[in-house]
Design a protein around this ligand. Structure first.
Ligand code: VG1
Ligand code: CO
Length: 547
């Protein structure tokens, strides 16, 4: 008698809410824990792909609550689907940029990344999943829409009967005909960083007494940061804070912004400040950089990285171009213009950078939401940005503050802030955006005090590489003096709607580079309320988060 075939087909029914957002599918963890919910989405991913039989899939997550269970479900389904090999980070762990690096290094067909990024983790918090393609980057909209379409009609999925796979030991095992290879989650990423940056110069910097605090926020980057910063580069033991990844991130919100990483800001502004404070988020793709007495906005960080990347060995040839998401400040545009390289403005979310990077049009990319990265992977990369800063500091032998001030003196300063209104009622948020859209044609030419509207539109992106079109990516109001107000709704939240208002003003005069940011933007902030009726539509009289 032959053994019964271990592959089984499980009948299921569609869930109506599996449309991927800015970065994959993010929902409450309990939603993912209900029977079939995760499996339906995973089967919908496989149904949207062609030609993966016998090829490799990379699998890992940020270690949040439900990560291990989800890994087991996906391992069995990927084996049943016919992948030849599944490459898993030990313990089911891979930071998002490390997953991207592994996909590229192993020439895998693609990867599945489990994370809800900077959202909190735990049974009452958030979970997420996304698919990355063979270039290591998030699947483009064509694929995410196909996944969603399949999730609406799914009737069954395929999996394997059998015990769980051991994912805690480096080595390999077999799931029927599929090899499961467990790898060190840090090694490939660490080698990649060593190939890009001048580790000797950074080592000397630390040896000369440079001090740093990096807060891993009890999230995925702890082991990476300890190995690279304290291990390879000789930062003092204890430079990495909260370096043990915890399934609930120690009950914190692993978002390295001025609210959730306030303690770092306070430390950097205090007498006890180290030379540099830094942090990353839940899945390791965001970064925060604060010098002693000098906060660096993510938009400025992108511009400064673009202007100085040639100081790092991996970028010695110079950069081919720069891309930023539309709401990100235009500080980087000035650098690209000066360097005489291309500048691209894309919708929010890293998936829009992939084509430009693949085509060699750009080398560095960034977003105002604490994201920066380059063509070394196809995700934003928190530790990469921090190592880039360390390399620049070592090469220029100046402080963060001196570098930022010199940059503003040369290029002018873009005062910039984002105001978030989190978890507001969806109807009100939609009405607010509809109201703005209705005003777009009448706004140009109108003046509000000293601010004259030059143009207003709902940002649409025409991908220059594949010709695809993405519409309604954010309402922009552009003023004659170069200021901007941008409104858009978040695509990563898991309850209600989140309104993001992005405010920017350019100040060329170095004598006026010392204003407090909110004060410098006060007129625009008031006008943002007046144009959109934020209070009327959301019931809020102030933002929940200001970054
Ligand atoms: C937010 C940010 C966006 C970023 C995305 C994923 O999206 O604004 O810039 O790419 O999060 O980042 P949204 O749609 O909520 O504005 V991560 O670190 O959460 O993967
Ligand atoms: Co993230």
């Amino acid at each position: 008698m032959t053994a019964p075939l271990p592959i089984k087909t499980v009948a299921t029914k569609p869930f109506a809410d599996q449309r991927p957002g800015t970065s994959g599918l993010r929902k409450k963890t309990r939603m993912f824990q209900q029977p079939h919910y995760l499996a339906n989405f995973v089967q919908s991913i496989f149904a949207s792909l062609e030609g993966f039989e016998g090829k490799a899939l990379v699998l890992g997550g940020d270690g949040r609550f439900f990560n291990r269970e989800a890994i087991q479900i996906i391992l069995k389904m990927a084996a049943a689907a016919g992948f030849g090999e599944i490459i898993v980070g030990r313990g089911g762990i891979l930071s998002t940029p490390a997953a991207s690096a592994v996909i590229r290094h192993e020439q895998a067909f693609g990867g599945i990344v489990l994370s809800a990024s900077h959202n909190p983790g735990g049974p009452d918090a958030d979970f997420g999943i996304k698919y990355n393609i063979s270039n290591g980057g998030p699947a483009p909209e064509k694929i995410t829409e196909a996944i969603f379409a399949h999730s609406k009609v799914i009737e069954s999925y395929r999996t394997l009967e059998g015990p769980d796979v051991n994912i805690d030991e480096i080595g390999h095992s077999w799931l029927v005909g599929t090899k499961v290879r467990v790898i060190d989650p840090v090694a490939i990423y660490r080698d990649l960083m060593a190939s890009l940056f001048d580790f000797d110069a950074i080592k000397k910097l630390f040896a000369s007494g440079f001090t740093m605090k990096f807060d891993a926020m009890s999230a995925v980057t702890g082991p990476y940061a300890k190995a690279i910063l304290e291990g390879d580069l000789g930062a003092a033991p204890g430079s990495v804070l909260n370096g043990e990844p915890l399934p609930d991130f120690g009950h914190h919100h692993p978002d390295p912004n001025l609210v959730h990483a306030r303690h770092l800001y306070d430390l950097a502004m205090s007498d006890a400040a180290p030379d540099m404070c830094a942090a990353s988020d839940g899945d390791g793709d965001r970064n925060l950089v604060i010098g002693r007495g000098q906060f660096v906005t993510p938009s400025d960080s992108l511009a400064i990285i673009a202007a100085n990347a040639h100081l790092a060995p991996g970028y010695r040839q110079g950069i081919a171009g720069v891309a930023r998401s539309m709401p990100t400040s235009r500080a980087a545009d000035r650098v690209a213009a000066k360097l005489g390289v291309g500048m691209y403005e894309t919708p929010t979310g890293w998936k829009f950078f992939g084509n430009l990077l693949d085509a060699g049009k750009v080398t560095v990319c960034g977003e105002e939401s604490a994201g920066a990265g380059s063509n070394h992977v196809r995700e934003k990369d928190g530790l990469w940005a921090i190592l880039m800063w360390l390399n620049i500091l070592a090469a220029r032998q100046q402080s963060v503050k001196e570098i930022v001030r010199a940059h503003w003196a040369e290029f002018g300063r873009h005062y910039y802030s984002r105001h978030d209104y989190e978890e507001v009622a969806t109807e009100g948020a939609n009405a607010l955006v509809a109201g703005l859209r209705a005003k777009l044609t009448s706004l140009p030419g109108q003046s509000f005090g000293a601010l004259k509207v030059e143009a207003a539109d709902d940002f649409a992106y025409h991908d220059p590489i594949d010709g695809s079109m993405s519409k309604q990516q954010g309402v922009r109001v552009l003023f004659a003096d170069g200021s901007r107000i941008v409104y858009r709704l978040s695509g990563t939240g898991t309850s209600g709607a989140t309104l993001r208002v992005y405010i920017e003003r350019f100040e060329p005069d170095p004598a006026r580079h010392d204003l407090e940011t909110q004060a410098a933007l006060a007129d625009l902030i008031a006008l943002a309320e007046q144009l959109a009726g934020i209070n009327q539509h959301t019931g809020r009289d102030k933002p929940s988060v200001i970054t």
